[in-house]
Design a protein. Structure first.
Length: 257
């Protein structure tokens, strides 16, 4: 009887030990699984944050690439404009004057003979008349044959500053885009060629006089139609043959110098 009780007690202890061992393993496994799940969740959260930041970096790169792509056409456009401007200058006929100075010959393609800045018509007409009368004093009535070039440059025949300022004012303030702007330019170029110490060209002064003479006749209506002598040298109102013969004179001067 006593042995039987001892056997039962021993069996009970073995069973209790097995139960404790199984319960302990189950708890460790559960805790380990919970910890692993938590770590995995943290890893996933970190990966999500990294993935959300990466598109921003890509967007920046895309934006940078887009800007670079946009920059290239701008550069191409600038290069194109520079080439066009260079080509425009190269297309103008250039005639040597002196040192590094040149006359540029280009026929005006404007459809209007003469246009004025708003409210500037009367002042423009007055200056055109003044320039014509000044060239009459210098060149007209045979004066060009006895002209003293030193006196011309020193302003003995006219007010040099007023003369050149009137030309500049017509070009920049009084006349608007039109063929007449070329005529004022031609007056200036031929006067410069005629009066310069480098050239002292009496025929060039004649051309300067004829250009402003024709322009004044048409603009201010000086004299009756039958009395008006027209040389036909203005871009505004002249004829092609006369204009080209005038430009040929510049060309011949350039070739001989």
């Amino acid at each position: 009887m006593k042995n039987k009780q001892m056997m039962l007690a021993l069996f009970g202890m073995i069973v209790a030990g097995l139960v404790f061992y199984m319960f302990s393993n189950f708890t460790d496994t559960t805790l380990s699984s919970s910890v692993n799940n938590s770590n995995n969740e943290n890893d996933r959260n970190e990966q999500v944050e990294m993935n959300e930041n990466e598109p921003n970096l890509q967007d920046d790169n895309d934006e940078s690439n887009a800007n670079n792509e946009n920059d290239e056409p701008v550069n191409e456009s600038n290069e194109s404009n520079e080439n066009e401007n260079q080509n425009d200058s190269e297309e103008l006929e250039r005639v040597f004057f002196m040192n590094d100075n040149y006359f540029y010959i280009d026929r005006s393609g404007h459809e209007d003979a003469i246009n004025y800045q708003q409210g500037k018509e009367q002042e423009a007409k007055q200056l055109i008349d003044y320039l014509h009368q000044t060239m009459n004093d210098i060149v007209g009535y045979g004066n060009v044959e006895s002209l003293n070039f030193d006196n011309l440059r020193d302003g003995k025949y006219h007010d040099n500053n007023r003369f050149h300022n009137s030309i500049l004012k017509l070009q920049e303030e009084l006349l608007d885009d039109s063929r007449a702007l070329h005529d004022i330019r031609n007056l200036e170029n031929f006067y410069q060629l005629g009066s310069s110490l480098h050239s002292e060209d009496r025929m060039a002064l004649r051309y300067a006089h004829r250009v402003i003479h024709d322009l004044d006749i048409y603009v201010n209506g000086a004299g009756d139609d039958d009395d008006r002598k027209i040389w036909g040298l203005t871009e505004a109102y002249g004829n092609d043959n006369a204009i080209e013969s005038m430009y040929d004179y510049l060309r011949e001067y350039g070739e001989s110098n």
